[in-house]
Design a protein around this ligand. Structure first.
Ligand code: AMP
Length: 578
């Protein structure tokens, strides 16, 4: 039986893993790292770079690279890099394809099945888009699982006989989720989930960059348009500063000129924790709302929680730890690396699907994190007023679930009924998110009040299906959500596959060399002149070795270049080593 892999498809980094002797393990990528940056680039030769090399290249050529596309999943956003125009689905499929190649190379077998994690707060369109990205990458997506649920699973798998209630506080690069989870008798049951789709570490980095530019009387949004290279380089430094400030008290940033170059006399700006905290304050304050909602829905107080676990790279920030402790009433604890725990949980879920012997006792019960419903009209006085929201599945209902509601026609001889499906918690539909629309026709002539049953079915992947039945005729219709260009038909997926097949993907076996070159080129721009000359010597000999194709020469010069980079590259690595 072919193995199912578990994948964390993150905003900033992604990871893949598999079960090894009953234990979830991550798989290293082509350059030996467990986290692959979710960055895509197209270099001057038209080759597609994925992951570490693309992240290095992003500082050099920001307009030829793209990151953060997870936030665009489920929308019709498009992005042109090089000569290609990509959707968020296609960009995600390139990341997934790269993880698939890593897994296949590591396990020495073809891999076709995957479990992919998504933020709990991802809506229907975003989940569909993730499944489609998986299909384009050549996966059969066995299950979409919520990130905090995956994290709970990574913890719970070792503790199936303990009874406790935990809060999973998940703040990654792009999204915030909070889930309250019960562990008991081999079951992991999510009581409630809440979150924000646009709140994460990338926002902290950007907030810091804005604050730094403001100090120098530059408006970030203007600079983004006028000097993308300058902003890209500053963002990289702010990212390094933010990460460094999780451990140290200050970090020096050098302000690039408008071309993005770091002149020897570049202005130095020292960032300390108070500057970072002040810049991030408005974002941090938004964390309280989902926490209150999740605790309220779970009908719990702080004292009912036994443990708070932190998930996602951004939870390494001391200010985030403080906020989690204050809002949840417990200092966070947890033994698994917050960058890896979601992927490890996805691997456990994959193991459950493959019926891994070590896992047969665990049952996972998840919930729908938001309410789903339809627009209705109400009689207000003598008039019918539309625009009201009728939830059919209430938030935090256990999934899978199927609920129905019957509505009646409003006027005599009404043969059609427009069903508009929304997600959200507001009383009026205008304040909720429209997921799709369905026209029910063929309602028999007659007085007002002809009945139509609307059935909502929410599956294990968090995907909604809406079915209507005209009571008198039994005529049925199904909703296909087309609003965002999601729900690609098989032929559309084939078309996307054909267009992706035309891309020249950089060969995996040369990934390490490419990464090293891009890292060296980036560092070259950052180093003082004296060191630049040294770097140039190492770079030249590495390049000529590659040209010569002599394996021994390549390996020797690569090692020299690598040592030089490690000694002089102060930019911190993606993999946090505690
Ligand atoms: P994830 O999506 O879980 O990979 O989280 C990525 C986010 O975590 C990025 O915005 C990183 O900048 C941030 N991050 C990673 N390590 C740290 C750290 N030590 N301190 C602060 N933020 C971090």
């Amino acid at each position: 039986m072919s193995k199912t892999v578990g994948i964390d498809l993150g905003t900033t980094n992604s990871a893949v893993g598999t079960m090894v002797d009953g234990t979830p393990r991550l798989i290293p990528n082509a350059i030996g790292k467990y986290l692959t940056p979710s960055v895509i680039g197209i270099d001057e030769s038209g080759e597609v770079l994925v992951g570490n090399a693309a992240k290095e290249y992003q500082t050099l050529q920001p307009t030829r690279c793209v990151s953060g596309f997870k936030r665009r999943m489920g929308t019709d956003w498009k992005c042109k890099i090089g000569n290609h125009t990509f959707s968020a689905i296609e960009l995600s499929s390139l990341v997934l394809g790269s993880l698939k190649a890593d897994a296949e190379s590591h396990l020495n077998t073809e891999i076709h099945k995957a479990v992919i994690t998504v933020p709990a707060y991802f809506n229907n369109d975003q989940r569909q888009a993730t499944i489609e990205a998986g299909k384009i990458a050549g996966f059969q997506v066995e299950r979409i699982i919520n990130e905090p649920t995956a994290a709970a699973l990574a913890y719970g798998v070792h503790e199936t006989d303990t009874e406790k209630t935990i809060a999973v506080f998940d703040l990654g690069g792009g999204t915030f989720d909070i889930s309250i989870v019960d562990f008991f008798e081999g079951a992991i049951e999510v009581r409630s989930s809440a979150g924000e789709a646009i709140l994460g570490g990338e926002d902290f980095t950007r907030a810091l960059a804005m604050a730094v530019l403001k100090e120098h009387s530059i408006i970030y949004e203007h600079a983004e348009v006028k000097s993308p290279k300058m902003v890209a380089r500053l963002i990289r430094q702010c990212e390094n500063a933010k990460v460094a400030l999780s451990k140290s008290n200050s970090f020096d940033i050098y302000i690039p000129d408008s071309n993005g170059d770091l002149a020897p006399e570049a202005k130095k700006f020292t960032v300390d924790r108070s500057i970072l905290n002040e810049a991030c304050k408005p974002i941090l304050s938004r964390i309280a709302i989902p926490i209150r909602r999740a605790m309220g829905d779970a009908k719990l107080n702080h004292q009912d929680l036994d443990q708070v676990i932190l998930v996602g790279g951004a939870t390494r920030m001391p200010s985030v730890v403080d906020i989690a402790s204050t809002l949840l009433g417990h200092p966070p604890s947890g033994s698994i690396n917050p960058d890896e725990v979601v992927a490890l949980g996805a691997v456990v879920q994959a193991g459950l699907i493959d019926q891994d012997q070590a896992l047969d006792e665990v049952v996972v019960v998840d919930v729908a994190p938001f309410s789903l419903g339809v627009e209705i009209a109400k009689e207000i006085g003598d008039t019918q007023v539309s625009g009201y929201y009728l939830p059919i599945i209430n938030r935090n209902t256990v999934i899978p679930t199927s609920r129905s509601h019957t509505v009646g026609t409003m006027v005599p001889n009404q043969q059609q009924l427009q069903i508009s499906v929304f997600q959200g918690e507001s009383r009026m539909v205008k304040d909720n998110l429209l997921l799709g629309e369905l026209l029910v026709d063929g309602i028999p002539l007659g007085p007002a009040g002809q009945q139509v049953e609307i059935r909502f079915t929410y599956d294990n992947n968090g995907i909604l299906e809406v079915e209507t039945t005209v009571t008198e005729t039994n005529k049925q219709a199904k909703l296909v959500i087309t609003k965002s260009g999601s729900n690609l038909s098989d032929s559309a997926i084939k078309k996307a596959l054909a267009s992706m097949a035309k891309l020249k993907i950089h060969p995996r076996e040369q990934a390490e060399n490419k990464f090293l070159m891009k890292r060296a080129e980036r560092l070259f721009q950052e180093l003082p002149l004296g060191l630049r000359r040294d770097l140039e010597i190492y770079l030249d000999s590495f390049e000529s070795a590659m040209e010569s194709r002599d394996a021994q020469q390549i390996s020797g010069t690569r090692q020299q270049l690598s040592l030089f980079l490690s000694a002089h590259d102060c930019s911190l690595n993606d993999d946090n080593i505690d």
